[in-house]
Design a protein around this ligand. Sequence first.
Ligand SMILES: Nc1ncnc2c1ncn2[C@@H]1O[C@H](COP(=O)(O)OP(=O)(O)OP(=O)(O)O)[C@@H](O)[C@H]1O
Ligand SMILES: [Mg+2]
Length: 232
Amino acid sequence: MNDTNETVLRIRGLEKTFDTGADRLTIIKDLDLTAPEGAQVAIVGESGSGKSTLLNIIAGLDTPTRGEILVGGRDITSLPEDGLARFRSKFLGLIFQFHYLLQDFSALENVYLPAFMAGEGRKSALERAKTCLEAVGMGHRMNHMPSELSGGERQRVSVARSLINDPRLILADEPTGNLDPANAAMIGELLFSLAGSYKKTLLLVTHDMELAGRAHIRYRLKEGKLQEEPLR
Ligand SMILES: Nc1ncnc2c1ncn2[C@@H]1O[C@H](COP(=O)(O)OP(=O)(O)OP(=O)(O)O)[C@@H](O)[C@H]1O
Ligand SMILES: [Mg+2]
């Protein structure tokens, strides 16, 4: 499982320093991480330990100070802006704590738009969006606007949206952070079971140890590095 083709994510010697004028804050120090195809990886860590910073760097939304980030065998740190946008659209599914659904578009349109923007025809993109919404149990609410959905339902739509372009890697930053315990458990179950059945590689960062407990492997981000975190 560790030849380059099957290694979805390989990070070597990652460093991230923020220069804030008064301060130089090194948040990530010489960090390594490898995730083979189909792995489900959870990263836990205290608030401010750098979890979102790490995920944003992997998504190409932030740049590292130093280090190599290979996603699907390609070093994303050397991609130009348009190449990065294409990489995100084709390779990544992103889920955040806040759903970021477009308020003026229905659930179906929110899920269909990333496929349409990636160049797929309207009819087939709509068909696939319906299939993704059915997979998250939202087939009956497809024509509702985000404001007409509950927090848990909106996050289910976000999960459907993250799957629409058939990504190899799903990155989730506190996907249950805004939800009550029952909805958090439901989204956790959905995310891991869909990642399993569609054989997606899943990397999530969370405070929620129950959610992290569902992953194949857990790490704790502490003092800029990852250490394996046993199940308690
Ligand atoms: N653009 C920035 N400029 C300066 N410092 C930053 C910047 N972005 C993040 N930081 C700092 O980096 C550290 C890590 O932030 P990050 O958001 O990655 O933490 P986190 O582990 O995701 O925390 P939480 O669990 O609260 O979401 C924090 O101390 C934060 O203040
Ligand atoms: Mg965060």
